[in-house]
Design a protein. Sequence first.
Length: 155
Amino acid sequence: MATKKSRLEVLRSLLQEHTFESQEAILRALIDSGYTVAQPTLSRDLRALKVAKIFTDSGTYAYVLPQSRAEHESKRRVISHTYGFQSVEFSGNLAVIKTASGYASSLSGELDNLNAREVIGTVAGDDTIIVVLREGTSRNVINHMLKAVIPHYGE
């Protein structure tokens, strides 16, 4: 019986070598590699590997490992509408960020990767991100974070 560790190693290898647009495609590749897992197990494995689903320049989605995100980010930084950012509004210790449809998860992942201690967490939908700030945190933290990941933000 295959161990979780070996399954994660194979999954990591598959994600490094191939582009997957869906979890179904990843499941098929795992089956071809001798690992039969249920979709909920795959979701947990992807979470354990910190895999992100990003919107690519070609207009599709792709599952990428954390180190791959930096490569994709460098390509996207030249596009003025990076991450489909549209606006940010605040309410108390919450920031609500609006994006174009399909971009919220990617932008949320990039904000999470900044590991800002002032941020308790983010929740992303299709076109909206909620960022929960620690009590007493300045709203400027969000603006600095957005400047770090969105070219020309605030200009």
